[in-house]
Design a protein around this ligand. Structure first.
Ligand SMILES: [Zn+2]
Length: 362
């Protein structure tokens, strides 16, 4: 909402906003924590301390889309709706929801303290759903028996077939749910160590979901598609750098107030997480291409390995189950947040009567 004279509301210093809203080492550029939806949307085009956070996850949606759709034009690629691509579409859903939820969470979080909490619960939920989307793609395109290596596992390598065949996807789902629960909890307790907990908690799904790649690269040393090792190591590197930004709060820690609008750690964190996603996409595409180009490496039952092919239930069904569980968890935490922060809304309106909608009418 704009002031009557058409000017946007002035931005606030960290001393003028509720303690809940304050980010470490960010001193200015805060929006009033009771913006209308329209004010929030318009704030994407004015320099606040959330503007960079919004754009660094919103623009990547289009970059990701550009590289993603290329797959369907490849030689020997089946129709985009074919079962072969179900896992890839689930990966797309995971990434798309993550980037959109994250950018919208940063844009809309100044509607109220309760909305702010809900925005970040949704953010954590979509990160977890993304890890399961990745796992589905890994399972069908990078699994040790996704047609690349000989049936029964390569000779001389440890046999983890029980884990990869039966436990891999359920483990990814359980870990994702633990992540949502833990991260949502850091907004209501364990506040002091929240950045460390959130970073560590997301290390676990990374390790579980990446296990087929680690296995292929480090243990069985089965042939990977050209480029896969490079893309994977770069994917890991970007994740590591993003975690360092998230925990260290550099560069704003060194010069509080200097990076309030542009260049603070969360923006670098967003950039690095997107670069890691992009390398992951390139890796998955390289493996998809290898399967498409060599008919002998086709997904079973066409190929020699025993891995069952993707079905609606084993891909979209898993994703739907996970999303439903995550939505229920978020609803529970949101209800609790409303009880904690709801009363503060009335308090804020009393302190700032000019922000009360009724005051605008009079
Ligand atoms: Zn963010």
């Amino acid at each position: 909402m704009l002031l009557n004279c058409g000017q946007p509301l002035p931005l606030l210093a960290h001393t003028d906003v509720p303690p809940r809203v304050i980010e470490n080492f960010i001193l200015t550029g805060y929006r009033f924590p009771n913006y209308s939806l329209r004010e929030c949307l318009l704030s994407a085009f004015r320099p606040t301390n959330e503007t960079g956070n919004f754009w660094t996850h919103f623009l990547p949606v289009f970059v990701f889309l550009y590289y993603f759709v290329e797959v369907f034009g490849w030689e020997r690629a089946p129709d985009s709706g074919a079962p072969f691509f179900y896992p890839l579409w689930n990966y797309f859903i995971g990434v798309f929801c993550l980037l959109m939820a994250s950018s919208m969470a940063h844009l809309l979080n100044s509607m109220s303290l309760v909305v702010r909490e809900v925005c970040f619960f949704v953010d954590y939920g979509t990160i977890s759903a993304y890890t399961v989307g990745s796992s589905l793609a890994y399972y069908y395109y990078i699994h040790p028996r996704a047609g690349i290596v000989e049936p029964g596992g390569p000779r001389g390598s440890p046999d983890f077939s029980l884990f990869f065949d039966s436990l891999y996807i359920p483990s990814a789902c359980v870990v994702a749910i633990i992540c949502v629960l833990s991260c949502c909890n850091t907004r209501q307790r364990w506040r002091e160590h929240r950045y460390v907990i959130r970073t560590l908690v997301f290390l676990l799904p990374f390790l579980v979901s990446s296990s087929p790649v680690f296995y292929r690269l480090l243990l069985c040393r089965s042939p990977c598609a050209a480029g896969t090792p490079g893309y994977f190591y770069r994917h890991c590197l970007w994740l590591l750098v993003s975690a360092l930004f998230n925990i260290s709060k550099l560069p704003e820690r060194l010069a509080p107030g200097r990076f309030d609008i542009w260049g603070h750690s969360h923006q670098w964190f967003h950039c690095c997480t997107f670069l890691s996603i992009l390398d992951e996409l390139h890796m998955i595409k390289a493996e998809v291409r290898a399967i498409l180009l060599d008919p002998d490496l086709g997904l079973p039952p066409a190929g020699p390995a025993r891995l069952p092919g993707p079905t609606v239930a084993s891909t979209y069904g898993v994703m739907l189950f996970l999303q439903t569980t995550i939505v229920s968890i978020i609803a529970g935490f949101s209800w609790r947040a409303n009880r904690i922060y709801g009363p503060l809304r009335d308090q804020l309106e009393k302190q700032h009567p000019e922000r009360n909608p009724k005051a605008h009418l009079s």
